[in-house]
Design a protein around this ligand. Structure first.
Ligand code: BTN
Length: 326
């Protein structure tokens, strides 16, 4: 009910009358009035004017299911939303939900993670209110060998959302860091449960720095938040909804072709360091070359100094720009 009232108020340009709300939601005036009071208690500033109705003046920066669902314009991405005030990791929660049959498209969002996970077994630290921690559960009908491309798809979706919703131009550090101003803005971690030829489910987790006042010393030169880039505190629920919208569009394109062919040019346009020198660090093998962008399979093409082109698969490999972080 709170969600439906928020949706109706958010959709409207000006006031929405109590009568309209009652008719749309099929409830009494008292019920509407009670929900309006609950929303005020949650921190919404709502103006109520006799004979005109209600309108939202100010929203608190919440990432609750109601707040996100009221902005979503997707068919399946982010439906439903599971909101946690505090959780170990949104990826873990999405995996638990997947094991109990949650549908593809379920989105887990947390205000705080106490065991946030990064790639390669690292931890991902965020404090409440300073970032977005979200994980999308998918059950795609693709070969498990193609799953890592969905991480790239999420990278494109986050980059598009940052541009459309916050006016921030970002780049992607292959395979899946979204960077701005040469520093990391978003990290993505994909985990999968599969058989040899069948994906049971996969979870794609993204952590976006939105309002980090002080990064820990070791990250200060390497990380950035949207607040620092725009000077204002981003509306997290709106940004999450935009990420879901863009992900759905990109993912449908990916599923149509079953590879990156439809998104490759856009991805390469966003790729940090394309045309520049990179160092590829594979276990037991290290070489330098020039980054030529990704191919249809999402592999990074690196032209070695002897002219051979290697297709680097994201996994054990790390690719570093030789100059600077990206
Ligand atoms: C990385 O760059 O190392 C990946 C970081 C991924 C962090 C996100 S935050 C939401 C989701 N839950 C997690 O525990 N990790 C991912």
């Amino acid at each position: 009910m709170k969600g439906s009232v928020l949706t109706a108020l958010g959709r409207a340009d000006g006031f929405v009358s109590g009568q309209e709300l009652c008719e749309e939601l099929q409830v009494s005036r008292t019920a509407v009035w009670k929900v309006i009071n609950q929303l005020k208690e949650d921190g919404y500033e709502i103006e109520s004017v006799p004979r005109k109705g209600y309108r939202i003046l100010q929203r608190p920066d919440l990432v609750t299911a109601e707040e996100i669902e009221s902005r979503l314009c997707t068919k399946w991405a982010g439906r439903p939303v599971r909101y946690c005030v505090e959780i170990d990791s949104t990826n873990n929660e999405a995996r638990r939900l997947a094991e109990t049959g949650a549908p593809s498209g379920t989105l887990v969002v947390a205000e705080e993670q106490n065991q946030g996970k990064g790639r390669r077994g690292r931890s991902w630290v965020m404090s409440a209110g300073s970032a977005i921690a979200m994980t999308l559960l998918l059950r795609p009908k693709i070969a498990p060998t193609h799953a890592s491309m969905l991480t790239l798809v999420m990278g494109v979706a986050v980059a598009r959302a940052c541009r459309n919703f916050c006016g921030v131009e970002t780049r992607i550090k292959w395979p899946n860091d979204v960077v701005a101003d040469g520093r990391k803005l978003c990290g993505i971690l994909t985990e999968m449960s599969s058989e040899i030829d069948y994906i049971n489910y996969l979870v794609i987790g993204a952590g976006i720095n939105t309002y980090v006042r002080d990064f820990p010393e070791e990250l200060a030169q390497k990380a950035v938040s949207l607040h620092e880039l725009t000077g204002s505190r981003p509306d997290r629920a709106g940004l999450i909804a935009e990420c879901m919208y863009q992900f759905e569009l990109c993912c449908e394109e990916f599923l149509r072709t079953q590879d990156m062919s439809g998104l490759k040019d856009e991805y390469n346009g966003l790729l940090a360091g394309i045309g520049g020198r990179v160092r590829v660090l594979e276990p037991g093998n290290e070489y330098d070359g020039v980054s030529e962008g990704i191919n249809e399979r999402g592999e990074l093409l690196v032209r070695r100094d002897d002219g051979r082109v290697e297709a680097v698969y994201a996994g054990e490999v790390s690719v570093r720009g030789i100059y600077g972080y990206v």
